[in-house]
Design a protein around this ligand. Structure first.
Ligand SMILES: [Zn+2]
Length: 347
């Protein structure tokens, strides 16, 4: 088969198959992944103000031997330290999502899969089953770290809207509360009920975004304030749909407020509209669809994941890969796999 025929065949694939093909080819060209010296970058960023003990934050440390890291090309020795105060030892990856995972070449490919938004099954395929399901749980550790990236205060116009996802206990055994619903099923009640989980998205025109799980059923103004109050000030102008909770919230905060009825007749009042947040919602829903239902306890993690991809415009570039990996190692993650599995919401 020549290249021309191959291109013709490739052109007949659907969008998601095409993306998978691009990913396949990328990972088989001159070792892009190998160029990323991730651990060096993590070390540099983590210790930019000097070495610090990750257990007690003390600065007085000593070198304490080396440990070996396996890479595709062989073993690399990395420095271990001991704290002079708490006497515990640590390395550059202690209390990060990559603690005790000693295969840097797989991390980079794993991050690539995350940027592509692959499901666990697809990730395992792409990694040629080199890692187990437990290792694939890195996803949640990485997301536990990324959700600690601070949100800045909103500027000027802020669009805000809520959307709902069906409550799901996917993966949980012995569901007692009600009969299990088939994948992607319908709510048992009409309208907004306890069967639905409210997700709030607020976004300013600089694309600073808040996205969070507020809880089950309709949400009260107090919960709105808990979620986003600290990012808003009286210099903001709020644009929302005509839901009453938003109005009373805007009033209580003394915010200028533009409302748009959900009948869609009037969508724009000059520079005021909610189209950005609405399109964020529809992209989020579409993206979530290919996971075939997400357990509600992990919903917050998926929101963080989507928000991160959105901020990087979904581009699987070398710099985005490195950034996601390095960023996720700058925050402390001490959640164990078990703890993540049993939490109600991983918030
Ligand atoms: Zn210490």
């Amino acid at each position: 088969m020549d290249l021309k025929e191959l291109k013709k065949l490739a052109n007949a694939l659907n969008d998601s198959e095409k993306r998978e093909l691009v990913y396949f080819l990328q990972t088989r060209t001159t070792g892009i992944a190998n160029q990323i010296r991730a651990i060096d970058e993590i070390q540099e960023q983590k210790h930019k103000d000097g070495l610090v003990c990750p257990h007690c934050k003390n600065h007085s440390l000593e070198r304490f031997g080396k440990y070996a890291v396996k890479t595709r090309t062989g073993e690399v020795k990395r420095q271990r330290y001991r704290c002079n105060s708490c006497r515990q030892t640590f390395n550059d990856l202690t209390n990060t999502p990559l603690q005790r995972t000693r295969r840097p070449h797989i991390w980079v490919r794993y991050i690539e899969c995350m940027i592509e938004g692959f499901s666990l099954r697809k990730c395992a395929e792409q990694l040629n089953d080199e890692v187990t399901h437990v290792t694939l749980f890195w996803r949640h550790k990485i997301l536990s770290a990324l959700k600690q990236i601070p949100t800045d205060a909103f500027q000027d116009i802020v669009e805000m809207d809520e959307t709902y996802f069906l409550f799901s206990e996917k993966g949980r055994r012995n569901i007692t509360e009600r009969k299990p619903r088939k994948r992607g099923g319908k709510a048992n009640y009409r309208g907004i009920s306890h069967d639905q989980v409210c997700v709030l998205v607020a976004r300013d025109r600089q694309k600073m975004t808040y996205s969070g799980v507020l809880g089950r059923g309709r949400i009260r103004t107090t919960e709105l304030d808990e979620a986003i109050g600290r990012y808003l000030s009286d210099s903001n102008v709020l644009c929302t749909d005509s839901w009453r909770a938003f109005s009373s919230y805007a009033n209580s905060k003394g915010l200028a407020h533009y409302r748009f009825k959900s009948d869609g007749k009037q969508r724009v009042k000059g520079v005021y509209y909610i189209q950005n947040v609405n399109s964020y919602h529809s992209c989020l829903k579409k993206w979530m669809d290919h996971f075939n239902g997400v357990a509600t306890k992990y919903l917050q993690h998926y929101l963080v994941w989507f928000q991160y991809l959105d901020s990087k415009e979904y581009e699987n570039t070398a710099s985005n890969k490195k950034n996601m990996l390095v960023k996720s190692c700058l925050f402390t993650v001490t959640d164990t796999n078990t703890k993540l599995r049993i939490s109600a919401y991983s918030c």
